[in-house]
Design a protein around this ligand. Structure first.
Ligand code: ADP
Ligand code: ASP
Ligand code: MG
Length: 815
């Protein structure tokens, strides 16, 4: 004998019921079958709605009642052959009339007890079981419809009644022993010994099926639903979930207790007690193997089986020094809650005994607080305990698996994954059986935390990076192109999935949580984008609350820097070629770095110096391995180097400057490069990364640009006056060349001092041979005292800068 239970979506329409018919027919070939069905999907909710509207004297309940009627009648029409419809329609109409009468009564009396609500809800399963049993008959199966209320006996705790197993088992055994027909019944509903209708709690049809299976010692229980089985997490909330082949009863219980809706938690106990295997199968995809729930768990290659969550709970905390060493506090707390029939989902107590926290359903929070305030009134007055704290909008998450017991560092992996992504954990509980670790976070972080943990335990091979890019000009645009070109490579070679979730320019912003289709980014931004506002961009990024989020600032704007700190605070990494933050006030630089460290986020700005060259990385590697920086000498401006390399006899200096601008080597206003400010910023950043506390005013800069050029009102004016000085520059150049030397703009950091300026270097200098727009950095350190460590290469241009930003982004994947 087998028991098959079909959930609401499995009987949501005539079409689905036909699938059910197939499945049941096949099962019948093997032997005796009992079928338990839920109400058609959505009907229980509607019944609750009509009963509350009616009891509030709101006539609109009639409209919803009509919808209920229509859904069932339409189903009959589509499902049954015409000759069988009359009887079914008559039976359904009789039930619906009864329902109408009840609702009319509620409407007139403006009364709504849990008892009457249970009665109204019972119609859902009564109707669906009636229709499907009629359908089975048309398939040639001898179906016997039984009213579950005649078999399942409970107490009178309406809404969530407790089963009287002795009486229930007796009735089930007796009933089943009399027939070998196909038995069909509604789940969820039951009755008291006095024949009052009760229900077993939302989702309770699973329980009915399990009770029946245990009562008749069935060979197996099959729960047919709308997913391929029990999964590593709720597929509606987590990407890339996997079906579990086999879990133990205990694991299934823990996962469902903490929110895996696929199985109603009380359903485990009856089958467990009789050692009846339970299978979870997909009505939409019967070929899928499904999940077996049995005594033994089967290794799935991970220390955990899954993660589940209850999205909205309240956390109530009792704190106070008066609790330490005094027995009975916990008992009184739980008794008070139990007396109010408040279900405690999770308990934690600090080992100092100074605080106990319990998680409960949010709707119980107000009552729970009142009960506890009353219970501990005297202690409160005497100052032995603090006011009771209630935190709403919290979530409980739990990782579950019997294998956890044998695997060290599961908790470490769990909490470090959460910590790295800025998810704050408010309370933690681990069952002494070590089958689960549960923890409480704010509800806004629930989905993110689920995904982080799921990724850490099941997809540790694939890491998703979620980038938010502001600035899609030359560098930003190139970065997007490089990302598009490399996306597949990183996924295949390194299991890193790069998603660009948000992009913005100064006018528009565009988001796509699943990753913007990169070949179309321009189109999407221009045509679909909303008006850009930094505040809203930032809010959207925080609201999306995605794991491994990265803010990429490809602008030169000062305003954006304000966004960095908030992002880092929330565990969002920041990557930028924008030098403003690191070369601004030292205090800001320090705070950003410190916040990043504290929050487990990264603040990466390799491209602040030397574009894509690993200048900062090399410096960091040296200092982190205990070396000491003695001196840095460098050509840090690819632009200036280009100018002095290209300026030759017969080529005017002004034309070289123009060319640099046109090639995008210089800033749009080349003076920013030529006045040494850009170099000053870079050497300042290197000094800070070497450990010096210096400000921009500490950089001694020599300016080679004549005053008139500096003062020109616009870029255009600058280019007008610059040719006046072509001769001046040519004279210098010719003299330097005659002396066998070259002009180089060099920055020096030594003994806490910063200096930049134009130098004439001879062939014996390493700076002599620096070609094109290359950069060259010499690190003189304790270890590299005799000959410096040299980093050399292209130090300007969109391609190399974008590549450097890309490398920083990728570094975030390699924790
Ligand atoms: P039914 O109506 O068949 O009883 P439910 O809606 O009660 O179906 O339960 C099935 C749903 O449970 C799935 O659609 C899925 O979204 C959700 N669910 C939550 N956690 C899990 C999990 N760990 N594995 C599978 N499904 C889950
Ligand atoms: N129909 C009931 C509900 O929606 C019971 C069930 O579907 O399991 O809660
Ligand atoms: Mg269910």
């Amino acid at each position: 004998m087998k028991v098959l239970k079909f959930g609401g979506t499995s009987v949501q329409s005539a079409e689905m019921m036909k699938h059910v018919g197939e499945i049941v027919k096949n099962a019948r070939i093997e032997g005796q079958v009992a079928v338990v069905v839920s109400a058609m999907s959505g009907i229980t909710d509607k019944l609750i709605q009509v009963s509350s509207l009616a009891s509030q004297g709101d006539e609109s309940y009639l409209k919803f009642l009509q919808e209920i009627e229509k859904k069932h009648l339409q189903c009959i029409q589509e499902l049954l052959p015409p000759q069988n419809q009359t009887r079914a329609v008559a039976a359904v109409m009789m039930m619906l009339n009864e329902l109408k009468d009840v609702l009319q009564g509620l409407f007139l009396l403006k009364e709504m007890s849990l008892k009457s609500r249970d009665f109204v809800m019972s119609f859902g399963e009564r109707l669906s079981s009636l229709i499907i049993s009629e359908y089975f008959k048309t398939l040639g199966m001898e179906a016997l419809l039984v009213d579950a209320r005649e078999l399942i006996v409970t107490d009178n705790n309406f809404g969530n009644a407790t089963v009287n197993f002795e009486e229930t088992d007796k009735r089930i055994r007796k009933y089943f022993s009399r027939t070998d027909k196909l038995i069909v019944m509604g789940g969820f509903i039951a009755s008291t010994l006095q024949n009052e209708t009760t229900t077993l709690g939302r989702g309770g049809s699973d329980y009915t099926a399990s009770i029946v299976a245990a009562g008749i010692q069935a060979k197996s229980l099959e729960i047919w639903t709308d997913v391929d089985g029990m999964m590593t997490a709720d597929p509606r909330k987590v990407r890339k979930t996997m079906v579990l082949k086999q879990v133990s009863y205990i694991e299934a219980l823990e996962l469902s207790h903490f929110g895996a809706k696929v199985l109603y938690p009380p359903s485990v106990q009856p089958v467990l007690s009789k050692n009846i295997p339970l299978k979870i199968k997909n009505t939409f995809n019967p070929a899928a193997e499904g999940t077996v729930v049995a005594r033994e768990s089967v290794d799935n290659g991970s220390p955990i089986k899954g993660i589940s969550s209850i999205e909205t709970v309240a956390l109530i905390s009792l704190n106070g020094s008066g609790m330490v060493g005094v027995s009975g506090f916990a008992k009184r707390l739980f008794s008070a809650l139990a007396n109010g029939r408040i279900n405690v989902i999770l308990i934690t107590q600090a080992s100092s005994e100074h605080s106990i926290s319990v998680a409960i359903n949010m709707q119980d929070a107000v009552q729970a607080k009142a009960l506890l305030e009353k219970e501990f009134e005297i202690e409160r007055k005497n100052g032995l305990i603090d006011p009771i704290i209630v935190e709403q909008q919290m979530s409980i998450l739990a990782i579950v698996g019997e294998n956890m017991r044998n695997t060290p560092n599961v908790a470490g992996k769990l909490f470090s994954a959460l910590g790295r992504n800025g998810v704050n954990v408010r309370a933690i509980a681990q069952g002494s059986s070590e089958n689960n670790i549960s923890f409480v976070t704010q509800a806004v972080d629930c989905r993110k935390a689920l995904n982080i943990v799921h990724e850490a335990f099941f997809l540790s091979d694939t890491k998703v990076l979620n980038a938010f890019l502001i600035g899609v000009g030359t560098v930003g645009g190139t970065l997007l192109r490089q990302m598009r070109e490399q996306q597949e490579y990183f996924l295949n070679e390194y299991n890193v999935e790069i998603r660009v979730v948000g992009i913005a320019n100064s006018r528009k912003m565009w988001f796509d949580e699943n990753g913007i289709h990169l070949p179309d980014w321009k189109n999407l931004l221009d045509n679909n984008g909303e008006p850009m506002s930094l505040g809203e961009f930032s809010s959207k990024m925080h609201d999306l609350n995605l794991r491994n989020s990265i803010l990429v600032d490809c602008t030169a704007s000062e305003e954006l820097v304000d966004l960095y700190e908030e992002a880092l605070q929330r565990g969002i990494s920041v990557v930028t070629p924008n030098k403003v933050a690191c070369s601004g006030r030292y205090e800001l630089y320090r705070r950003l770095k410190q916040t990043a460290t504290q929050r487990g986020a990264k603040f990466l700005f390799e491209t602040n110096v030397g574009a894509g060259l690993p200048v900062i990385k090399t410096l960091n590697d040296l200092t982190q391995s205990g070396d000491k920086i003695l001196k840095i000498e460098a050509i840090l401006s690819g632009t200036l180097n280009f100018l002095f390399n290209e300026h030759k006899a017969g080529v005017s200096f002004s034309s070289v400057v123009k060319k640099a601008q046109e090639l995008g080597y210089s800033e749009p206003d080349p003076r920013i490069d030529m006045n040494g400010l850009d170099v000053a910023r870079k050497i300042l950043i290197l000094s800070r990364e070497s450990g010096s506390i210096l400000e921009s005013k500490d950089v001694v800069s020599e300016n080679f640009l004549p005053e008139e050029c500096q003062k020109a009102n616009s870029i255009a004016d600058f280019f007008k006056v610059l040719p006046n000085y072509d001769e001046h520059f040519e004279n210098i150049r010719a003299n330097v060349e005659k002396a066998g030397k070259r002009q180089r703009y060099i920055a020096v950091y030594e003994k806490g001092k910063l200096h930049t300026g134009l130098r004439e270097v001879g062939p014996d200098s390493p700076f002599f041979q620096v070609e094109g727009n290359d950069n060259l950095v010499l690190f003189w350190t304790e270890r590299y005292k005799v000959r410096p460590l040299i980093v050399k290469g292209a130090g300007a241009g969109a391609e190399v800068t974008a590549a450097g930003i890309f490398a920083d982004i990728i570094r975030i994947a390699n924790f």
